[in-house]
Design a protein around this ligand. Sequence first.
Ligand SMILES: Cc1cc2nc3c(=O)[nH]c(=O)nc-3n(C[C@H](O)[C@H](O)[C@H](O)COP(=O)(O)OP(=O)(O)OC[C@H]3O[C@@H](n4cnc5c(N)ncnc54)[C@H](O)[C@@H]3O)c2cc1C
Length: 394
Amino acid sequence: MSNERVLIAGAGPVGLVAGAHLARAGVPVTVFEEGADLSTESRASTFHPPTLDMLDELGAAKPLIAQGLICPTFQYRTKKHGLLAEFNFSAIADTTKHPYRVQSEQSKLTRILYEEMRDHPNFALEFGCEVVGASQDASGVDVTIARGGQRETRRGRYLIGADGASSTVRRAFGIEFDGFTWPDRLLVVSTPFDFFSVIPGLSSVSYVADPQRWYFLLQIPGLWRAMFLVNEDASDERVQTEEFAQSLMAGVVPGISNYEIAHTTLYKVHQRVAKTFKLGRAFLVGDAAHINNPLGGMGMNGGIHDAVNLAARLAPVWHGKAAEADLDRYDTQRRLVTLEYIQKYTIQNKKNLESEGDEFGASLRAIAADPARTRDYLMRVSMIASLARAQELG
Ligand SMILES: Cc1cc2nc3c(=O)[nH]c(=O)nc-3n(C[C@H](O)[C@H](O)[C@H](O)COP(=O)(O)OP(=O)(O)OC[C@H]3O[C@@H](n4cnc5c(N)ncnc54)[C@H](O)[C@@H]3O)c2cc1C
């Protein structure tokens, strides 16, 4: 029976959502994680309303909300004009059980899911197991793992590549990762400084447009994260110095400098989508399938939507209650909405923030003044519209 398991490469938020969903649906899963433990990197901090609805089905929304911040509003500002518009998710409260964003580190979600699942009879997670190769035949998949200097091969019925942007699974099956890498890098500076005390009416999620130096401010429990795009020629080493971070932070609130800085992290920024999300018995989900800039918080959220879409199809197929062909719809639906929504809007969000904000500001104000347009807009930014579009694709 062991080679009937669904094998999952990667215990990030997306791999664990897929594993939890399948295990609860009666499908035995084994997750291989190369790390000795779950990652402590905070990276994603925004959970959108439909993602919270999905996590609720796994019993993970309540503990996540308890450890995070509920943020019903978000704002757009410019350095030049101040507040452009504020939006409140209460306008779409009839479409979701969670009409707000939750701000919480992704590393909290992975721990919640692992704690929930670790004793489940259908769930196994093996740490210190790097997936180094994969192949498939008509009846199953073979995954080569490296553990403690030894290699072994494990057989399963299906393989889910949830092993992040550099996915070994994607490479093993020769699936191209089309797109581009921005020349700019993203610097995240975390500080316990209380921005509410110096920026009147600030929202916990605020995007500030500026053609010279845009940034956004996101509150998480105990900290604010300020994210800047760095396009200078400065080396990675220099960009990660305290002095460099202080120089960027000094541009946030006039007259305030010398912040207490908890940490800084530098990221490359990409926009890439895999040529296919399904090849025979192998699937790609999350960052293994698509990566994008973090403006709008759609990467992990979209990945969790992939995981839920796939697991909801794979479980009935595994149990013999649905046709194998139904699995093709995973690729049809999720790849297209990744291109139509996640890639399109994250690129648009970046362009908007790089502008003076005049045209973009006028458009936002017009949306905010019209309840029907506000509703459509919130359906889009919350990603509910992308899920509806996926369903339309059949
Ligand atoms: C600064 C920043 C802010 C962001 N903010 C947001 C946000 O607010 N909202 C949002 O939706 N997204 C956000 N993102 C994107 C988000 O972080 C990613 O989309 C998310 O981490 C993807 O999850 P994942 O599980 O697919 O991959 P990962 O989180 O990368 O997890 C992959 C896991 O696989 C393991 N692994 C890798 N290779 C192997 C292997 N060969 N064998 C076994 N295990 C392996 C890794 O150790 C890791 O545990 C942000 C990204 C950045 C950089």
